[in-house]
Design a protein around this ligand. Structure first.
Ligand SMILES: Cc1cc2nc3c(=O)[nH]c(=O)nc-3n(C[C@H](O)[C@H](O)[C@H](O)COP(=O)(O)O)c2cc1C
Length: 310
């Protein structure tokens, strides 16, 4: 298990704050990097496209060599019309880490490697993991069951073991990790890093509605619904937000026939009104600054490691 030089010694907790559509913006990324973990955002959060460059400038100006490196998430899918433009800006600004999702492409990886950047690719199974490494990804993010957003269905134990059977490069694990103890457990299982999203929704810097943040605090695993109704892809969503949009989580229309305008949702949209979150949020008890939350994770991590007995 190796961490690229870029990460070695630069993190005070082996954690990546994962990119979240609509939620991750420069203030959160900067707070995460200053706290010693990798902060990340999807390039598509910067709208219109011209805003991406000013976000990159803002982040680069705010961070120093003492802070952790940041990451940009590129959606490598033919439906992403901004991919080439955003990739060119990643190269121009030498974005240290690029997280690719929904598709692995050799030319994208080569472009990032051209200036010394590293590519981490997120996968939900071993088949995609092999493909990503064949195409030149430097590291993998194993997205296991219970993760927020477009989660997988595999147990983290199964997924990590299958990947570790052939891959000894950088591996991050995600899916319902919400405490320092869980970060320690992810590392014990064979991952180098943990990858955490939903808990950061309940931080002051997250670009989320106050009611969304409070729903993270008030909800637990039983409040999460795994469904493809809202975006056409299976993902985890907060049931109370589905109810608030005028729908019955136990009696949703079939994905193919979904029409928000006529479903009583008054134009409710996935992510904007139907809020995404993973199963780990039961551990989140308050809204606080991201830096304070990372400090809490570090303390929990140290405590868990110290308490571990064979
Ligand atoms: C609201 C929300 C939006 C997300 N948007 C993206 C995204 O745009 N790109 C991406 O690669 N992953 C996205 N994810 C997935 C996360 O990057 C990560 O895999 C997940 O949050 C990890 O699980 P956890 O939320 O249980 O910590 C999103 C997750 C959430 C909760």
């Amino acid at each position: 298990m190796t961490l690229p030089t870029l990460l070695e010694g630069r993190l005070s907790l082996l954690l990546i704050g994962s990119p979240m559509f609509l939620v991750s913006r420069p203030s959160l990324v900067i707070a995460q990097c200053r706290a010693g973990i990798v902060g990340a955002f999807p390039s598509l959060n910067a709208r219109p496209s011209g805003a991406f460059e000013s976000w990159l400038q803002q982040i680069e100006e705010a961070l120093t060599d003492k802070d952790a490196p940041f990451a940009v998430n590129l959606i490598v899918h033919r439906t992403n019309a901004r991919l080439e433009e955003d990739l060119a800006l990643c190269v121009q600004y030498k974005v240290p880490i690029v997280i690719t999702s929904l598709g692995a492409r050799e030319d994208v990886n080569q472009a990032i490697h051209s200036y010394g950047g590293i590519v981490l690719h997120d996968v939900i199974n071993n088949v995609f993991a092999r493909k990503a490494v064949e195409k030149g990804a430097d590291g993998l993010i194993a997205v296991a069951a219970g993760a927020g957003g477009h989660a997988g269905t595999l147990s983290p134990f199964a997924l990590v073991e299958e990947i570790r059977a052939w891959f000894d490069g950088p591996l991050a694990l995600s899916g319902a990790i919400a405490t320092g103890r869980s970060i320690a457990a992810a590392r014990m299982m064979g991952a180098d890093l943990a990858y955490m999203g939903s808990p950061f929704i309940a931080t002051e810097e997250a670009d989320a509605d106050a009611a969304y943040k409070q729903m993270i605090v008030d909800s637990g695993a039983g409040d999460i619904l795994y469904s493809d109704v809202f975006s056409g892809v299976l993902g985890n969503y907060l049931k109370p937000s589905i109810v608030a949009a005028g729908m019955d989580p136990d009696n949703l229309p079939r994905a193919a026939s979904m029409d928000f305008a006529s479903a009583g949702g008054e134009g409710a949209k996935a992510w904007r009104d139907i809020w995404g979150a993973g199963q780990g949020i039961g551990a989140i008890r308050k809204i606080q600054p991201a830096g304070a939350f990372v400090d809490q994770l570090k303390a929990e991590y140290r405590e868990a490691v110290a308490a571990f007995r064979l």
